[in-house]
Design a protein around this ligand. Structure first.
Ligand code: AQP
Length: 328
């Protein structure tokens, strides 16, 4: 029986955070053995906010190196850079014609990012979910491993697929999302009401996958908690709750049980231990990443071969879609 297909992408819009890792990348590696997987560096999404071209060029390959360092294998998964496959833009255009302004206007990510980018309210920011639908639907994807912040985008992808199928006949697989349990929504260390984001300007708000151990320890120590001086796992202590969620996502333990273990102790003890847990998990990734980055031609080869394999699948979908809509 043919294996099911899993697809996901990560924008090279900054240094990847433990939110990106726990919510997405760490789950990619768990799927490799059971699914036919495609994972890409979503650089076409990244330009919906202003990027420095030289930096973006560098980040494309760095993000691919992080995928490999986190354990993904080019032998098992198709790893590629989104803009190397023109089919993403081609399908996006067709899908734009079956997507309504009203449904795009309801996307909370658009509303949030609009507020942060008032001087660059471009139409790609608005149609971002259509490109994401194209990414997913191009590969007959069954499963999309993503963080909780992508819920609305997965829903609209499903709506677009169903609408297209109804209008033009059975064409797309309607995909399901896969959310991780503890790591689905890692919050900012400085504002636990907001999700941790790689583009956050406050460096203390994020822990990046490639942060040095002393930086990680320092950032955890500076994480905002509260003045109750009492260990609980509750919504009223959102900063503390986030720290337990991060702890649990790294160790596989239930956050509530970790909180019980620390009951009666000070926040400082918890923060010290959590810093160590994160350093221990991320150090091997950082070391492998550094080795990979010393061989750029190898990384470029992985990207090139990945794009060839992805395009082979994607071009079949484009052919089918172009026939359905009357282009061919
Ligand atoms: N805080 C988070 N907790 C859990 N998962 C998260 N993801 C992002 N932030 C968290 C998941 O990481 C994957 C890649 O995200 P993305 O690069 O496509 O864009 P994003 O969701 O907009 O992530 P960022 O870090 O907030 O990037 P910027 O700052 O550039 O907008 C997705 O699966 C996402 O759910």
């Amino acid at each position: 029986m043919a294996r099911k297909i899993a697809y996901s992408g990560v924008q090279p819009s900054g240094g990847l955070t433990i939110g990106n890792y726990l919510g997405a990348v760490s789950n990619f590696t768990k799927l490799e053995n059971d699914y036919d997987c495609l994972f890409n560096v979503a650089n076409m999404h990244a330009i919906t906010v202003e990027q420095d071209p030289a930096e973006l060029r560098r980040k494309n390959i760095e993000t691919l190196a992080i995928f490999l360092a986190a354990g993904l294998s080019p032998e098992k998964s198709i790893l590629f850079i989104q803009s190397d496959c023109p089919e993403h833009a081609e399908l996006c255009w067709v899908l734009n014609s079956v997507t309504y302004m009203g449904e795009l206007g309801r996307m909370t990510q658009f509303k949030d990012k609009s507020k942060k980018n008032e001087d660059n309210l471009n139409s790609a920011l608005f149609t971002y979910p259509v490109l994401m639908a194209a990414d997913i639907l191009l590969y007959n994807t069954n499963l999309v491993p993503v963080g909780d912040d992508q819920r609305q985008h997965i829903e609209i992808t499903r709506d677009i697929a169903i609408r297209f199928n109804n209008r033009y006949g059975e064409t797309f697989v309607v995909p399901e999302a896969l959310y991780s349990k503890e790591g689905a929504r890692i919050m900012s260390l400085q504002n636990p009401d907001q999700k941790m984001s790689k583009s956050d300007e406050d460096e203390n708000a994020t822990i990046r996958m490639l942060d040095e151990p002393n930086v990680i320890i320092k950032k955890v120590k500076r994480a905002v908690t509260d003045s109750l001086a009492e260990i609980n796992y509750s919504d009223e202590q959102a900063g503390l709750k986030n720290l337990f969620n991060i702890y649990g996502a790294f160790t596989g333990e239930k956050p509530e049980e970790i909180a019980n273990r620390y009951s009666g102790q000070g926040y400082g003890v918890l923060k010290n231990d959590l810093g160590e847990v994160i350093v221990e998990s991320l150090s091997p990734i950082r070391e492998t990443y550094n080795k990979l980055m010393s061989d750029i031609p190898y990384l470029e080869k992985v990207a090139r071969e990945g794009a060839e394999k992805a395009s082979k699948i994607a071009s079949k979908t484009i052919d089918k879609v172009y026939r359905k809509v009357g282009f061919r």
